[in-house]
Design a binder for this molecule. Structure first.
Ligand SMILES: Cc1cc2nc3c(=O)[nH]c(=O)nc-3n(C[C@H](O)[C@H](O)[C@H](O)COP(=O)(O)OP(=O)(O)OC[C@H]3O[C@@H](n4cnc5c(N)ncnc54)[C@H](O)[C@@H]3O)c2cc1C
Length: 322
């Protein structure tokens, strides 16, 4: 599809109360700190602004939702069309008590870790696992995010999303079609809020569980690096990191991209990596695992946007058994 010149694209979009930014850098918001800009970035003032925008936007202009960028690899050529980032109007978190049951009303732009902390402070147990997922609630709904045996599917009572026409849709857990790191809700629906279920618990007990999760993560994951979390999904009954390790990929590099020494299902931007370096390294890991174990790894990280001068050549590989 031909993309209209940037100014023309802006002229074709509805008037909004929020911000529309042309050629907006995304790398500063993506955990890998790589990737090209958004052709247009839309920061909706609130839900009414978002629904009006969707209802009046021309159908041929693509829309991509960007959460906190912890599970995406934005390609070097950037993203065509409109990228939407939810603003603080979508970050509310409120606890409603029904006896000892807690209904946590949360905006899709709220950061999981902040929700976990707020629940702890309010004495809401059952959502401790969110301390281990560094994304937004919207990203958690899309990815069925989880950690340490719990996932969003276990705690979601209701979600609200806008469909591409800007109509508000109410979704039950069955409607979400959750499976491992996946929701079957159409990719062009935008989650705006959810109700999560917790139960009354002692804040000290909740703190203890959260501290254990944080300490386990600190020991096993390269948290203070530019990474995108688990790169590949665990194949049924198998661990992706074990397959990657067995294929000799621990420490493998390509340009500024590296397979983490600490957790080899994590890719790292060790400095100056391009998105093409990271994606090319991931594809090489998939190739070697297939060759070694006859298992095809599937990407958990979502690669979005356009390639720029992307070379499939593996000439830049170093380390591992390259
Ligand atoms: C260090 C590290 C550790 C991690 N550990 C875990 C872990 O233990 N468990 C786990 O499950 N994940 C983990 N992740 C991955 C990531 O945090 C989760 O997948 C998270 O849910 C992604 O949320 P996000 O807001 O960053 O989404 P993004 O990465 O911005 O987007 C991911 C996908 O969700 C979509 N999306 C985001 N918001 C919305 C919305 N409002 N409506 C519709 N679609 C939306 C995007 O379009 C995209 O397709 C980790 C990541 C890192 C960097």
């Amino acid at each position: 599809m031909m993309t209209a010149p940037r100014h023309e694209l802006l002229d074709r979009l509805p008037k909004v109360r929020g911000e529309l930014i042309v050629d907006a850098p995304l790398a500063p918001y993506a955990w890998f700190r790589v990737g090209g800009p958004a052709e247009i970035l839309f920061r909706p003032a609130d839900a009414a602004d978002l629904t009006n925008f969707l209802a009046h936007k021309p159908h041929d202009i693509p829309v991509t939702l960007f959460g906190s960028g912890s599970n995406v690899l934005v390609r070097d050529g950037g993203i065509a069309g409109v990228v939407i980032r939810l603003t603080s109007a979508f970050r509310a978190c409120r606890v409603e008590w029904q006896g000892d049951n807690a209904l946590v009303h949360v905006g899709a732009g709220a950061i999981d870790i902040s929700v976990a902390r707020q629940c702890r402070d309010s004495g809401v147990g059952g959502l401790e696992f969110l301390i281990g997922v560094p994304g937004t609630i919207g990203g958690a709904l899309r990815m069925n995010a989880g950690a340490y045996g719990r996932e969003i599917a276990h705690v979601m009572l209701q979600a609200e999303a806008f469909d591409p026409a800007g109509e508000r849709q109410r979704l039950t857990p069955e409607d979400m079609g959750f499976s491992y790191r996946h929701s079957a809700v159409p990719e062009d629906w935008i989650f705006v809020s959810a109700i999560l279920q917790g139960r009354r618990d002692d804040p000290e007990a909740i703190s203890k569980v959260m501290a254990e999760i944080e300490s386990n993560r600190e020991d096993s994951q390269p948290l203070r690096t530019r990474t995108g979390g688990s790169t590949f999904m665990n194949p049924p009954g198998l661990k992706a990191w074990q397959l990657i390790d067995a294929a000799g990929c621990r420490g493998l590099t390509r340009g500024g991209a590296m397979v983490s020494e600490k957790h080899c299902n994590f890719l790292i931007n060790s400095g100056g990596a391009s998105a093409a370096d990271l994606e090319g390294l991931g594809e090489e890991v998939r190739r070697r695992v297939k060759q070694h174990s006859d298992v095809t790894l599937e990407w958990e990280i979502r690669r979005i946007g356009r390639h720029e001068n992307y070379q499939v050549s593996l000439g830049g590989l170093k380390g591992g058994d390259a």
